[in-house]
Design a protein around this ligand. Sequence first.
Ligand code: C2E
Ligand code: MG
Ligand code: MG
Ligand code: MG
Length: 279
Amino acid sequence: LSKEKGRDAYSFFTSDISKQILADQKLNESLIKAIDNKEFIVLYQPQVDIATGKITGAEALVRWIHPEHGFTMPFEFIPLAEEKGYIVEIGVQVLEQACIDMKMLLDSGYVLNNIAVNLSLKQIRHQGFVQSVQNILNSTSLNPSYLEFEVTETMIMKEYEHACSVLDTLRNLGITLSIDDFGTGYSSLSYLKRLPIQKIKIDKSFIDEIDRDENDVEITKAIIAMSHSLGLKVLAEGVEEESQLQILRQLKCESYQGYYCSKPVAIQEFKTLVQKQNT
Ligand code: C2E
Ligand code: MG
Ligand code: MG
Ligand code: MG
C-alpha cells in the first residue's frame, strides 16, 4: 500500500513538474514579447515623512499588463526575468518611465525629494548598466540627486567587490542609494561602513507586529540607533496601522511606506495624493 501511495505521489509530482515546465516556457515566450511591446507599467507608492505627514517621494514598482491575463504582479515574473537576464531590459524601461514621471512632477511644481527604483543583481553585473543609467538621466534631464536606487544586502554580498565599485560610481553621479528589505539578508554589518549608502529600509516583517511584539520594537530600535550613528536615514516598510506609525514616531524613524498612506498607484493618482496630503 505504501509503495502504491509512493508511486501515486511520484506521478503526481512529475505531472506537476511538467506542467511547471510548460508554464515557464509560455511565460518565457510572453515575457520576450512583453519587452518588445513595452507591456510594463510603473506604479508609485508614496514615501511619507513621519514628523510632518507629507509625501516626500515614491518607490517605483513594476506591473506587467499581460495581453491575456491582465494585471500581473512582480512575484509572478521577476524571478524568471532575473534568471533569464530580461530584468536588465525591464529595468531600463522601468527606470526610464520613473525618471520621465519624476521630471514631469518636478516641472509641474510638486515638491518631492526622491524617486526610488529597485535594482537586481543581474543589472549591477551587466557591463552596460552604468552607461544606460547615464543615458536615461541625460535623455530625461532628471537631476540625479532625485534618483534613488534600492539594493538588497544579499545582492551586495553575492558580488561584494564589483557591487561596491558600481555603487561608488552611481553615488559619484549624485544618485542616492538605499538598502531594501534590511534585516532579512546576510547582515554583515561591517559592509555598511564601506558602502556609499544613505538610507536603510527596514523590512516589513519587523513592522508587521511592532505594535504587539516587544522583540520587534527592540530590533527596530537597534536598527535605527545603528543607522543614525552611521549617519543613515531610516524608512519603515509596510506600515498599515496608526499604532505601528506611533511607535515608529517614538523611535525617531524618519519615514515610512505602506498601505496606511497608500498602496502603489498610477502616476495620476499619485499626483492627487500629493496634492491632498501636502497642502
Ligand atoms: P520591495 O522593493 O520590497 O517592495 C515593497 C513591496 O511591498 C511592494 O510589493 C509593495 O506593494 C508591498 N507593500 C508596500 N506597503 C505594503 C503594506 O502596507 N502592506 C503589504 N501587505 N504590502 C505592502 P510589489 O509591488 O508586489 O513588489 C514586490 C517586489 O518586487 C519588490 O519588493 C521588489 O523587490 C520587486 N520589484 C518590484 N518592481 C521592481 C522593479 O522594477 N525592478 C526590480 N528589480 N524589482 C522590482
Ligand atoms: Mg524596494
Ligand atoms: Mg522592500
Ligand atoms: Mg520586499
